[in-house]
Design a protein around this ligand. Structure first.
Ligand SMILES: [Fe+2]
Length: 227
Protein backbone atom coordinates (compact mmCIF):
# COMPACT_ATOMS: atom_id res chain seq x y z
CA UNK A 1 0.00 0.00 0.00
CA UNK A 2 2.77 2.39 0.90
CA UNK A 3 5.41 1.08 -1.47
CA UNK A 4 5.97 4.47 -3.00
CA UNK A 5 7.21 5.70 0.37
CA UNK A 6 10.20 3.36 0.22
CA UNK A 7 13.48 5.17 0.06
CA UNK A 8 15.33 5.60 -3.22
CA UNK A 9 12.14 5.58 -5.24
CA UNK A 10 13.00 7.68 -8.24
CA UNK A 11 9.56 8.93 -9.15
CA UNK A 12 7.88 11.75 -7.27
CA UNK A 13 4.67 11.06 -5.39
CA UNK A 14 1.73 11.63 -7.69
CA UNK A 15 -1.02 10.82 -5.22
CA UNK A 16 -1.27 10.17 -1.52
CA UNK A 17 -2.88 6.83 -0.53
CA UNK A 18 -5.97 8.59 0.85
CA UNK A 19 -8.42 11.22 -0.42
CA UNK A 20 -9.42 12.50 3.02
CA UNK A 21 -6.76 14.04 5.20
CA UNK A 22 -7.87 13.96 8.83
CA UNK A 23 -4.92 15.77 10.40
CA UNK A 24 -3.53 19.14 9.29
CA UNK A 25 -2.66 22.63 10.49
CA UNK A 26 -3.87 24.57 7.48
CA UNK A 27 -6.09 27.15 9.17
CA UNK A 28 -4.47 30.58 9.02
CA UNK A 29 -2.87 32.19 12.05
CA UNK A 30 -4.13 30.15 15.00
CA UNK A 31 -1.35 27.66 15.80
CA UNK A 32 2.14 26.65 14.62
CA UNK A 33 0.79 25.76 11.18
CA UNK A 34 -0.08 28.18 8.41
CA UNK A 35 0.61 31.79 9.48
CA UNK A 36 -1.72 33.45 6.98
CA UNK A 37 -4.39 32.73 4.41
CA UNK A 38 -1.98 33.04 1.48
CA UNK A 39 0.12 30.21 2.93
CA UNK A 40 -3.02 28.20 3.64
CA UNK A 41 -3.99 28.45 -0.02
CA UNK A 42 -0.58 27.16 -1.12
CA UNK A 43 -0.81 24.24 1.29
CA UNK A 44 -4.37 23.31 0.34
CA UNK A 45 -3.65 23.59 -3.37
CA UNK A 46 -0.66 21.31 -2.85
CA UNK A 47 -2.78 18.72 -1.05
CA UNK A 48 -5.39 18.94 -3.78
CA UNK A 49 -2.74 18.26 -6.42
CA UNK A 50 -1.68 15.19 -4.39
CA UNK A 51 -5.22 13.81 -4.62
CA UNK A 52 -6.73 14.98 -1.34
CA UNK A 53 -10.35 16.10 -1.75
CA UNK A 54 -11.36 16.68 1.86
CA UNK A 55 -9.27 18.20 4.64
CA UNK A 56 -10.17 18.10 8.29
CA UNK A 57 -8.12 20.90 9.81
CA UNK A 58 -6.96 20.08 13.33
CA UNK A 59 -5.49 23.16 15.03
CA UNK A 60 -3.63 22.51 18.26
CA UNK A 61 -5.32 23.08 21.58
CA UNK A 62 -2.53 23.13 24.18
CA UNK A 63 -3.00 24.80 27.56
CA UNK A 64 0.41 26.52 27.61
CA UNK A 65 0.50 27.53 23.95
CA UNK A 66 -2.69 27.54 21.90
CA UNK A 67 -5.96 27.88 23.74
CA UNK A 68 -8.03 27.69 20.58
CA UNK A 69 -11.79 27.75 20.94
CA UNK A 70 -14.76 27.77 18.56
CA UNK A 71 -14.31 31.56 18.57
CA UNK A 72 -10.82 31.29 17.03
CA UNK A 73 -11.34 28.20 14.88
CA UNK A 74 -14.62 29.08 13.17
CA UNK A 75 -13.48 32.49 11.81
CA UNK A 76 -10.19 30.99 10.58
CA UNK A 77 -12.14 28.22 8.83
CA UNK A 78 -14.53 30.75 7.26
CA UNK A 79 -11.60 32.85 6.04
CA UNK A 80 -9.97 29.86 4.40
CA UNK A 81 -13.20 28.60 2.83
CA UNK A 82 -13.88 32.03 1.36
CA UNK A 83 -10.35 32.25 -0.04
CA UNK A 84 -10.62 28.74 -1.53
CA UNK A 85 -13.81 29.74 -3.28
CA UNK A 86 -12.19 32.88 -4.67
CA UNK A 87 -9.14 30.90 -5.81
CA UNK A 88 -11.33 28.24 -7.41
CA UNK A 89 -9.81 25.38 -5.38
CA UNK A 90 -12.60 22.81 -4.88
CA UNK A 91 -11.28 21.34 -1.62
CA UNK A 92 -13.81 20.55 1.07
CA UNK A 93 -12.47 21.81 4.40
CA UNK A 94 -13.89 21.30 7.87
CA UNK A 95 -12.32 21.88 11.26
CA UNK A 96 -11.90 19.72 14.35
CA UNK A 97 -8.91 20.10 16.70
CA UNK A 98 -5.87 18.25 18.06
CA UNK A 99 -6.05 18.19 21.85
CA UNK A 100 -2.92 17.87 23.96
CA UNK A 101 -3.83 15.64 26.91
CA UNK A 102 -2.77 18.15 29.57
CA UNK A 103 -4.47 19.65 32.63
CA UNK A 104 -6.23 22.20 30.43
CA UNK A 105 -7.75 19.37 28.40
CA UNK A 106 -9.16 17.84 31.57
CA UNK A 107 -10.79 21.21 32.32
CA UNK A 108 -12.31 21.32 28.84
CA UNK A 109 -13.60 17.78 29.20
CA UNK A 110 -15.53 18.78 32.31
CA UNK A 111 -17.23 21.74 30.64
CA UNK A 112 -20.66 21.34 29.04
CA UNK A 113 -19.50 22.58 25.64
CA UNK A 114 -18.77 19.63 23.35
CA UNK A 115 -15.23 19.10 22.13
CA UNK A 116 -14.43 19.39 18.42
CA UNK A 117 -14.39 15.94 16.84
CA UNK A 118 -13.12 14.61 13.51
CA UNK A 119 -16.33 12.70 12.84
CA UNK A 120 -19.06 11.67 15.23
CA UNK A 121 -17.23 11.00 18.53
CA UNK A 122 -13.67 10.63 17.15
CA UNK A 123 -11.41 12.93 19.15
CA UNK A 124 -7.87 13.66 17.90
CA UNK A 125 -5.37 13.82 20.76
CA UNK A 126 -1.62 14.07 21.28
CA UNK A 127 0.74 13.60 24.21
CA UNK A 128 4.16 15.14 24.96
CA UNK A 129 7.08 13.94 22.84
CA UNK A 130 9.55 13.45 25.64
CA UNK A 131 7.65 11.73 28.44
CA UNK A 132 4.49 9.69 28.62
CA UNK A 133 1.87 11.16 30.97
CA UNK A 134 1.84 8.99 34.09
CA UNK A 135 -1.92 9.34 34.37
CA UNK A 136 -2.64 8.42 30.73
CA UNK A 137 -4.94 5.47 31.63
CA UNK A 138 -7.00 7.77 33.85
CA UNK A 139 -7.23 10.46 31.13
CA UNK A 140 -8.35 7.92 28.52
CA UNK A 141 -10.92 6.54 30.94
CA UNK A 142 -12.39 10.03 31.34
CA UNK A 143 -12.42 10.61 27.58
CA UNK A 144 -14.28 7.36 26.92
CA UNK A 145 -16.75 7.77 29.79
CA UNK A 146 -17.55 11.23 28.41
CA UNK A 147 -18.62 9.57 25.17
CA UNK A 148 -15.58 10.20 22.98
CA UNK A 149 -13.39 7.75 21.08
CA UNK A 150 -9.77 8.91 21.49
CA UNK A 151 -7.51 8.91 18.43
CA UNK A 152 -3.80 9.30 19.23
CA UNK A 153 -1.86 11.33 16.67
CA UNK A 154 1.53 10.08 15.45
CA UNK A 155 2.41 7.46 18.09
CA UNK A 156 5.55 6.76 16.05
CA UNK A 157 6.93 10.19 16.94
CA UNK A 158 6.98 9.75 20.73
CA UNK A 159 10.61 8.97 21.58
CA UNK A 160 9.86 6.82 24.59
CA UNK A 161 8.15 4.21 22.43
CA UNK A 162 10.99 3.84 19.92
CA UNK A 163 12.68 1.07 21.87
CA UNK A 164 9.51 -0.08 23.54
CA UNK A 165 7.06 -1.17 20.84
CA UNK A 166 5.05 -3.05 23.47
CA UNK A 167 3.89 0.41 24.50
CA UNK A 168 1.88 0.61 21.28
CA UNK A 169 -0.07 -2.50 22.23
CA UNK A 170 -0.73 -0.91 25.61
CA UNK A 171 -2.10 2.22 23.91
CA UNK A 172 -4.50 0.05 21.92
CA UNK A 173 -5.53 -1.79 25.08
CA UNK A 174 -6.27 1.55 26.73
CA UNK A 175 -8.76 2.28 23.95
CA UNK A 176 -6.91 4.53 21.51
CA UNK A 177 -7.28 4.42 17.75
CA UNK A 178 -3.76 5.12 16.44
CA UNK A 179 -2.99 7.53 13.59
CA UNK A 180 0.34 7.43 11.74
CA UNK A 181 1.81 10.45 9.94
CA UNK A 182 2.46 9.68 6.27
CA UNK A 183 5.73 11.61 6.38
CA UNK A 184 6.98 9.32 9.15
CA UNK A 185 6.83 6.42 6.70
CA UNK A 186 8.95 8.42 4.31
CA UNK A 187 11.64 8.97 6.94
CA UNK A 188 10.99 12.69 7.42
CA UNK A 189 11.12 12.40 11.23
CA UNK A 190 14.10 10.03 11.26
CA UNK A 191 14.84 6.33 11.17
CA UNK A 192 13.32 5.44 14.53
CA UNK A 193 10.00 7.08 13.70
CA UNK A 194 9.99 5.40 10.29
CA UNK A 195 10.55 1.97 11.84
CA UNK A 196 7.89 2.58 14.44
CA UNK A 197 5.40 3.74 11.79
CA UNK A 198 6.08 0.64 9.74
CA UNK A 199 5.62 -1.55 12.83
CA UNK A 200 2.31 0.12 13.64
CA UNK A 201 0.97 -0.52 10.14
CA UNK A 202 2.44 -3.99 9.69
CA UNK A 203 0.97 -5.15 12.99
CA UNK A 204 -2.40 -3.62 12.18
CA UNK A 205 -2.16 -1.33 15.21
CA UNK A 206 -2.71 1.92 13.30
CA UNK A 207 -6.03 2.42 11.57
CA UNK A 208 -5.66 6.00 10.37
CA UNK A 209 -3.09 8.04 8.47
CA UNK A 210 -2.79 11.79 8.04
CA UNK A 211 -0.43 14.40 6.68
CA UNK A 212 -0.08 16.56 9.85
CA UNK A 213 0.79 19.26 7.33
CA UNK A 214 2.12 22.42 8.99
CA UNK A 215 4.14 24.27 6.36
CA UNK A 216 5.70 24.30 2.94
CA UNK A 217 8.61 22.06 3.97
CA UNK A 218 6.16 19.28 4.72
CA UNK A 219 4.44 19.85 1.39
CA UNK A 220 7.76 19.84 -0.47
CA UNK A 221 8.68 16.57 1.22
CA UNK A 222 5.50 15.00 -0.10
CA UNK A 223 6.03 16.44 -3.55
CA UNK A 224 9.71 15.66 -3.96
CA UNK A 225 10.43 12.75 -1.63
CA UNK A 226 13.84 14.39 -1.13
CA UNK A 227 13.97 13.37 2.49
FE1 LIG B 1 -0.74 17.82 14.40
Amino acid sequence: MFNFFKKNTAASIQHLPVTIDMHSHILPGIDDGSPDVETSLVLVRGLYDLGIRKCIATPHIIGDLYRNTNETIEPALATLQKALLAADIPMQVTAAAEYMLDDYFMELLQQPQPLRTLHKNLLLTEIPYTSEPVNLPEIVFHIITNGYQPVLAHPERYFYFHHHFKGYHKLKDLGFILQVNLLSLAGYYGKNAAEAARYLLDKGLAQLVGTDLHHGRHLSAFQSQKI
